[in-house]
Design a protein around this ligand. Structure first.
Ligand code: GRF
Length: 221
């Protein structure tokens, strides 16, 4: 049976490498989705160049043209709804999402965060993790609610952290993983396999494996 196509809207503020990873998965036929629109909040976002290259409809909607936060996010909602967007993916969108957008897309907005939530929410998750001295960090895809990186967790992946890591080295290691994890979360959504239950997200057809990951690995014997 052909999977149905998921209509996606993307919101970004910067370089858009996660946006690119999503484009690549769609073009490779591994993600049954169509990107109906990219919206950026600043005209200089490199994500726009990526949209142009792949003939994706794109808009710059800057907050300066709106009277209030409510007006701003209502303008974004109008454009998404006009194009029948079903799911909104935040890809490096550097704003706290306003109520009109959350109300219009309940449990239909995803975000990727570069840490294992609920650890290190907000800005510079990688720097926070490196400075804290944790041994494992990673990334999280979650649904967006009204808080900062607080919504139901969909999927997470981990990388080891070394005491020599800087924000830059850890960011690079996590980013590679982000580019795999975000399309995977979108794929699960497109396949209708995600169900929000309270704070959590149940993934149908997924069996939890027994076992554990230890960093550094346990010595044998
Ligand atoms: C990523 O690290 C993502 O986790 C965070 O913002 C960054 C965006 O990078 N939310 P890019 O614009 O996708 O390259």
């Amino acid at each position: 049976m052909e999977a149905r196509m998921l209509n996606l809207g993307i919101l970004a503020s910067g370089r858009g490498s996660n946006f690119q990873a999503i484009i690549d998965e769609i073009e490779a036929g591994r993600l049954p989705a169509v990107i109906k629109l990219l919206i950026v909040d600043n005209a200089g976002a490199y994500a726009i160049e990526r949209a142009k290259k792949h003939s994706i409809d794109h808009l710059h909607i800057g907050p300066e043209a709106s009277l209030s936060r409510v007006d701003y996010f209502s303008a974004i909602v109008r454009e998404l709804q006009k194009r029948e967007v079903e799911l909104v993916a935040l890809a490096g969108f550097m704003r706290i999402v306003g109520k009109p957008l959350i109300d219009a897309f309940p449990n239909r907005i995803m975000n990727i965060h570069p840490a294992i939530l609920p650890a290190f929410p907000g800005l510079h998750g990688q720097k926070q993790a490196a400075e804290y001295g944790v041994k494992i960090s990673g990334c999280t895809v979650h649904f967006v609610d009204g808080g900062v990186d607080t919504g139901p967790v969909i999927i997470q992946a981990a990388v080891p952290v070394s005491p020599d890591d800087t924000e830059d080295t850890l960011s690079a290691r996590i980013l590679k993983l982000e580019h795999m994890l975000y399309p995977e979360a979108l794929r699960l959504y497109a396949e209708g396999r995600l169900r929000v239950e309270g704070r959590g997200v149940r993934i149908s057809g997924y069996e939890m494996q027994d076992g554990y990951i230890v960093n550094p690995p346990l010595r044998k014997g």
